[in-house]
Design a protein around this ligand. Sequence first.
Ligand SMILES: C[S@@+](CC[C@H](N)C(=O)[O-])C[C@H]1O[C@@H](n2cnc3c(N)ncnc32)[C@H](O)[C@@H]1O
Length: 324
Amino acid sequence: MMEPNTTAIDWQELINIAWEKRRPLWQNSHIDCFRVFHGYEEGSRGTVIEKFNDAAVIDYKTDIREDLPQLREALLHIFPFKNIIAKGHQSLGLSLKERTHILHGNDTLATCNEYGLKFTVKLDIPHNPGLYLDARDARNWITGNSSNRRVLNLFAFTGSLGLSSAYGKAAEVIHLDRSKELLPRIQENYRINNIKFETRNFLRGDIYKHLPRAIKAGKKFDGIILDPPPKVYQSPHAKHKTNGQDFPALIKYCTQLLNPGGWVLGMLHRFDFSCDDFEDQVTDASGGLLLPQSRLTSGIDFPESMPDKKLRVSIFVAHSDPGP
Ligand SMILES: C[S@@+](CC[C@H](N)C(=O)[O-])C[C@H]1O[C@@H](n2cnc3c(N)ncnc32)[C@H](O)[C@@H]1O
C-alpha cells in the first residue's frame, strides 16, 4: 500500500480560526463538549474533530495520517487536552489498527458535561463515541419539556435524549434499542448522574416488534423521542418494506401511543427531504393528529452554508381534535 503524503494544509491556522468561532461554547461554563472542527466547511473535507471534556477525537475520511502529528500539536496549542485519538473511516480500506491512532495520553474513556448532565464516551470505538453533539439543543429542549410526562425514547443508543427527560423530571422514561451492548451504557449514564432508574425500563429489542405490542397492551405516553438512523434496516418484524428513516410507518405507531397534548420530537437526517416535506409527511401519517409546533437545529459548532445539511429537529404536538 502506498504511504500517504502530507497535505498542504496549515492545521494550526485552520484550528485557530475554528476555535475562535467557537468562543461562545468554550466560554460557556455549562458545556465542555462540542465539535471543534467541521472540516466540510472549515478547510478539510472529511475531517471532523470533537471535544469531550479534556479529550479530542479526530475522525477522518480523507487520508491525513501523515498530518496527524501536526494536527496533534495544533490541538494542544489551543487547549490542554489530556487525550487525543484519531480514527480513520472504514471507507479508506485500512484495517482498524492502521486507522486508529492514540496521539496523546492513554485513556480511552472520558466523561463530559452539558447543561448539568454528565455523559460517558468511549474514545476508541469505530463509530460515534457515545454522544451526538449536534443534538445539544434537542437535549436541552427535552429537559425543559418533560416534567411529569411519561416519555418513550426510541432508537435510544446511549440514552442521552431519554436521560435529558429524566433530568427534566419526567414521571417515567422507557428506552428502546435493539443493540445489547447499549443497555449497560444507558445505565452507566444514569448512574454517573445519580438519577434513579429501573432496569426494566431499558428495553433491548426491535422497534417493529415492540411498538405493536405496546399498542396492543394499551400503553400511552406524553412524549416520544424518534431518532431513526438515516437508513433503517429491514426488520423481520416489519410487515412493510422499510424506507429511509421510515417516518410514515413509525409515526402511525407513535400516534396510537400518544396521549392528547403529548409531543413527538422527530430528527431528520436525510438530505433528500426538506423540513417542510418532513413535517407534511408526519402530519399526513398521523391522520392530522400531529401538528408541527417548533424546530431546532445543530449549534454554531456545525457550520453549514446549506441549512438543509444541518440536523433538523421538528417537534409535533398531538391535538385532541384531529383535522378533517
Ligand atoms: C442514530 S442512533 C440514535 C441516536 C440517539 N437517539 C442519540 O441521540 O443518542 C440509532 C440507534 O438505533 C438503533 N436501531 C436501529 N434500528 C433499530 C430497530 N429496528 N429497533 C431498535 N433499535 C434500532 C441502533 O442500535 C442505534 O443505537
